[in-house]
Design a binder for this molecule. Structure first.
Ligand code: PMP
Length: 416
C-alpha cells in the first residue's frame, strides 16, 4: 500500500468525482477499467453527455442570423462556450476562434497568417518533440513558399534546449511553433523563457497547448504567445471542438481561412467583404451541439481548479517515479523535473505493443507506438514507447495497479 497521504484526502473527493464519469464503472476483460490513455482523449462526465442530448431534445437549431427562439437559444449557448474558453485562457472573447481541434487551429494559422507572412528563405523553428500536427502543416507551407522547417533540439531530460534554441535564432526565423507540454514525454517546456527569446528576435510564436489544457493553468497574456491552440476532447469535452487563440491585431490582419456562410459581411459578384475576427474564420455550420456541451467541460475543470489538479498529479508523478526506478530494465523517456502525469517507457526485451496488450488483458488501457511524434522516436533510436497518461479521475489505487502490472510483466517476459 502507499504510505503517503492519498490524493483523495489532499485534493478532492475522487470517489465522487469518478462517479460523474459513467464509463469509469465498466469492466474490460473481466477487470475494472483503468483508463490511462488520457493524452489521446479523456472520458466525459455526465454533465457533458447530458448537455449534448439537452441540445438535440430541446433547442436544436442553426446559430447566428436567426430570429426565432430556438436559434437564439442555440446561439446564446454556443457563444457562452466561447466566453468560457476565453476566460479559461485569459483571452479576449474576440480573440478565440472555435475550431474542430488543435490540428485545425494550427492548419488555420499555417494557411492564413503563414501564407501571408512566410516567404522564400524564411525559417520556421519547431520543437523536436512536436506532435505531427505541429510539424506537417509547417512543412506543407514551407514547400509552397520556399521556406525551411528546422527542429529545435531537446535536452537529455526531454525539454526544449534553450541555449540551442537561442543559437538558432536570427532574422530569418519568422515563426516558432512549440508545444507547452509534450504528448509523448509529458515534459513541460519553459514556455515563458522560450517565448521571450523568440520575441526578442522578432519571431511570432504559436503554442500547441493540446496537452496543457487539462493539466496546467494557461494564461495567454502572462506567457504572451501570439497564437495558441487546444482541443476540447483532451479536457473532458466532446470530440470535434477546439479553440484557437490569436492576438486580436494578428487575427484582424490575417486573410480568411475557408470561405462560405457565417464569415461574410456582404457578398456580391463585384466583391465580398468579411466579418471581423473571430467569425471571419468560422465559415459554415459549426459543430453546434459539441461546442455547447464543451461549456460543461470548462465548468468541470474550473470547479476542481488547477491547484488541486496539480497537487494530485504531483503525487502520482512522485509515486510513479519511485516505482519506475525499482523496475529492472525499465527505461523512462522524459525525465524533466517539470512534468505532468504522462509516463513514456520501454521494458528491455519486450516490444511496447506486447506490453500494451498484456496490460489490456488486465483492463488497463495505455497507448503504445510513436504517439504521432515519429521524428522524436527516430532521434531516440526507438520505434515507440508504452505511454500511460493520467487525468484527474485516476486514483492512486489505479496508479499502483499500473506499476504492479508493469513489474509483473517485466519479471515474466523481460530480458533483464
Ligand atoms: N498536439 C498535441 C501535443 C497532441 O497531443 C495532439 C493530440 N494527440 C494534437 C496536437 C492534435 O490534437 P487533435 O487531434 O485534437 O487535433
Amino acid at each position: 500500500m502507499i504510505e503517503t497521504g492519498s490524493i483523495e484526502k489532499i485534493a478532492y473527493d475522487i470517489t465522487e468525482l469518478r462517479s460523474r464519469f459513467p464509463i469509469l464503472g465498466r469492466e474490460v476483460n473481466g477487470y475494472p477499467l483503468v483508463y490511462l490513455d488520457n493524452a489521446a482523449t479523456t472520458q466525459k462526465p455526465s454533465s457533458v453527455i447530458d448537455s449534448l442530448s439537452a441540445y438535440y431534445k430541446g433547442y436544436n437549431s442553426n446559430i447566428h442570423r436567426g430570429v426565432h427562439t430556438l436559434a437564439n437559444e442555440a446561439t446564446e449557448a454556443f457563444e457562452k462556450t466561447r466566453k468560457s474558453a476565453s476566460e479559461f485562457i485569459n483571452a479576449g472573447e474576440k480573440e478565440v476562434v472555435i475550431t474542430k481541434g488543435t490540428t485545425e487551429g494550427i492548419n488555420l494559422i499555417a494557411r492564413t497568417w503563414g501564407e501571408a507572412n512566410i516567404k522564400e528563405g524564411d525559417r520556421i523553428l519547431v520543437g523536436a518533440a512536436e506532435h505531427h500536427s505541429n510539424i506537417v502543416p509547417w512543412q506543407i507551407l514551407a514547400e509552397k513558399v520556399g521556406a525551411a522547417v528546422e527542429p529545435i533540439p531537446l535536452s537529455q531530460e526531454g525539454i526544449l534546449d534553450r541555449e540551442a534554441f537561442k543559437s538558432m535564432l536570427d532574422e530569418s526565423v519568422r515563426l516558432v511553433a512549440i508545444n507547452f507540454i509534450s504528448n509523448s514525454l509529458g515534459t513541460i517546456n519553459p514556455i515563458n523563457d522560450l517565448i521571450s527569446d523568440a520575441h526578442h528576435n522578432g519571431s511570432i510564436v504559436l503554442v500547441d497547448a493540446a496537452q496543457a489544457a487539462p493539466h496546467i493553468e494557461i494564461d495567454v497574456k502572462a506567457i504572451d504567445c501570439d497564437f495558441l491552440a487546444f482541443s476540447g476532447h483532451k479536457m473532458f469535452g466532446p470530440t470535434g471542438v477546439g479553440f484557437l487563440y490569436g492576438k486580436y491585431d494578428l487575427l484582424d490582419q490575417m486573410p480568411p481561412f475557408i470561405g462560405g456562410g457565417e464569415m461574410i459581411d456582404q457578398v456580391s459578384f463585384n466583391g465580398t467583404s468579411f466579418l471581423t475576427p473571430p467569425l471571419k474564420f468560422e465559415a459554415g455550420t459549426p459543430n453546434i451541439a459539441d461546442v455547447i456541451a464543451m461549456d460543461q467541460a470548462f465548468g468541470f475543470v474550473s470547479d476542481i481548479g488547477f491547484d488541486a489538479i496539480n497537487k494530485a498529479e504531483k503525487e502520482i508523478v512522485d509515486y510513479s517515479r519511485s516505482r519506475m526506478s525499482k523496475i529492472q530494465g525499465l527505461k523512462e523517456y522524459g525525465t524533466a523535473e517539470e512534468k505532468i502525469a504522462v509516463f513514456s517507457f520501454n521494458l528491455e526485451g519486450i516490444h511496447p505493443f506486447d506490453v500494451g496488450q498484456l496490460l489490456d488483458a488486465k483492463g488497463i488501457a495505455v497507448r503504445t507506438g510513436h504517439h504521432c511524434t515519429m521524428p522524436m522516436m527516430s532521434d531516440l533510436g526507438i520505434e515507440g514507447t508504452v505511454r500511460a497518461s493520467f487525468a484527474v479521475y485516476n486514483s492512486m489505487e489505479e496508479t499502483e495497479k499500473l506499476w504492479d502490472n508493469v513489474e509483473r510483466i517485466q519479471k515474466k517476459y523481460g530480458s533483464s
